[in-house]
Design a protein around this ligand. Sequence first.
Ligand SMILES: C[S@@+](CC[C@H](N)C(=O)[O-])C[C@H]1O[C@@H](n2cnc3c(N)ncnc32)[C@H](O)[C@@H]1O
Length: 205
Amino acid sequence: MTLMDNKKEFPDWDTYYKENNVEDMPWYENNLDPDLENEIKSRNLSGGKFLDLGTGPGTQAIQLSNLGFETTGSDLSVNAIEKAKKLSKEVNFVTDDFLNSKLHENEFDFILDRGCFHVFDIKQRPTYVTQIKRILKKNGILFLKCMSIEEKDLPEEKGPHKLSKSELNQVFSADFEVENIKDTVYHGTLNPLPKALFAVIKKKF
Ligand SMILES: C[S@@+](CC[C@H](N)C(=O)[O-])C[C@H]1O[C@@H](n2cnc3c(N)ncnc32)[C@H](O)[C@@H]1O
């Protein structure tokens, strides 16, 4: 597979959420992602508007809301959002295709993307970046977790795109300050946990 020939097989997300228990999904993590938790603690973040982009099971949005953030969880899948809404009345769960997002300009102080960016085709990345730039406030922060190029066990054709640190830098560096990218794992239900990258990306303007 070349960079240009980037066709991947992804589930029909809405059918997938309809037919499966969220607890069985590979990305299901009931607790707050430890990498995000560390960043929130070390930066003394408390309060502000947080978007959990591609919220899926909604667990991360619920944990962020429990920490006091005014939280929105968005997902393409109506079924995912319907299931998540049953778990919390505090989180604003909304159906939204991020590539054609209806979320408001300059709305969020922080965005968590845990596993959404890496499902998009390479040619969709500029639209993704434009949308992130549009909805983040000035100096707002994107916390991004994606599969790492170091992950060798997940199948190339079916799994998410695997990214390197330099590729992430390339995608974001024009409009954002990529503060930090670290090697980590994707916390979920797979054993062993797949190798991942966790990036802290700040909007410049
Ligand atoms: C790997 S799952 C991660 C779910 C969740 N972030 C978590 O960590 O538990 C990717 C999620 O992205 C959502 N998604 C895929 N394409 C999307 C789009 N265009 N707009 C919004 N969400 C999308 C899927 O429905 C799915 O819930």
